[in-house]
Design a protein around this ligand. Sequence first.
Ligand SMILES: Cc1cc2nc3c(=O)[nH]c(=O)nc-3n(C[C@H](O)[C@H](O)[C@H](O)COP(=O)(O)OP(=O)(O)OC[C@H]3O[C@@H](n4cnc5c(N)ncnc54)[C@H](O)[C@@H]3O)c2cc1C
Length: 368
Amino acid sequence: MCAQDPVLIVGGGPAGLATALELARLHIAAVVVERGAYDDRRLGEHLTPAGMLQLTALVPGFRAVADVHGRSAGVTAYWGSETAHYTDYFLHPGQHGLNLSRPRFDADLARAAETAGAGVLRLASLKRAVRSQMGWQVRIDRDGGTDDVAVAFIVDATGRAATFSRQQGARILAHDRQVAVATFWDCADDVGASTRSLVETVENGWWYCAAVGPLRHICMFVTDDDLLPRGPARDLRGWWLDQLSRAVHMPRGLRDISPPCEFITRSARSQRLDVAVGSGWIAVGDAAMAFDPLASQGIVKAVDHGRRAAAAIAAHLSGDEASLEQYALQVEREYIGYQDTRTQYYGMERRWPRSLFWSRRSAGVATR
Ligand SMILES: Cc1cc2nc3c(=O)[nH]c(=O)nc-3n(C[C@H](O)[C@H](O)[C@H](O)COP(=O)(O)OP(=O)(O)OC[C@H]3O[C@@H](n4cnc5c(N)ncnc54)[C@H](O)[C@@H]3O)c2cc1C
């Protein structure tokens, strides 16, 4: 490895960009390869006050950028009974959370990484990576052209797909088969407007609704993939509305939702890699482990991984042979703690003992 060879980060979401920002702070050159241009639909918007403070520490000036996102006063959850559970953010340091416009948030984070000195290649992809004695020889495609470059180290920040880690032989361990079916709902008046997010359990899963702008909401139903309608003639919208009809507390206007509302189905399962580090590489964020959206911890976890992975990479490049293993061990412990918390939350809902969704959760977490 030459002193000037950069660290290559595959994936420019929160985890990859946080890693780039922290590497820049440690004076280590980094280049992010991002397949998109931050104009696609991205899910995962809720940031707790603690998450906001963590981001402010990583990205000075984040508060100013935060003005474009929706403020969140807290969460109201109907979980386990018809009694509302309130989480109020006012008394937390930070005083409010945020419901982010994710494409805008990720794009702003990419610009912050560039300002800090990292390179961000948009609409780019890693085509080949060959381990060399000193690091990696990689081929990157972008703008119809190809670059062959030497890099010191590779960070897998490709999200749940964990593309690079799997290419290195790592395996994804999935612990359930959860999916989210989400849509963005623009209400013409403020019928659904509230700065509190809403969570409600029903027989086949749970609902979530949050304002991401003055009149724009994200609404999603979380269930298991085998409970979705099947077949070529499946009516996802009809099924979604049928599930919605079983909810009591979701905004009433949602029931009139009509095309062109698009439904986006995404994996929302809990998963982790069997190994989050290898020779010359490390996985961060969802690539290393992905949480249930109920936790609202994905962005904070991504940023935290970025910070810790950058420190581990810096130590590794300075000859510390244990730093990557220590990171992997921390990630494994973190996942065990997360699973315990998740089991407790799902265990609180006992109203539908015969429901496949809830009985699977009360039976505990089984590795597939
Ligand atoms: C339905 C749902 C709701 C959620 N709600 C919340 C929430 O309210 N709050 C919260 O904190 N978290 C939430 N999460 C989780 C959160 O979205 C993720 O944990 C977070 O985005 C992880 O960041 P990441 O950078 O690891 O991965 P991602 O955000 O997935 O970013 C990966 C990036 O890599 C790029 N990429 C992928 N493959 C390649 C490739 N081969 N080459 C180049 N680029 C590539 C992608 O374009 C993307 O930019 C939710 C998740 C789901 C599924």
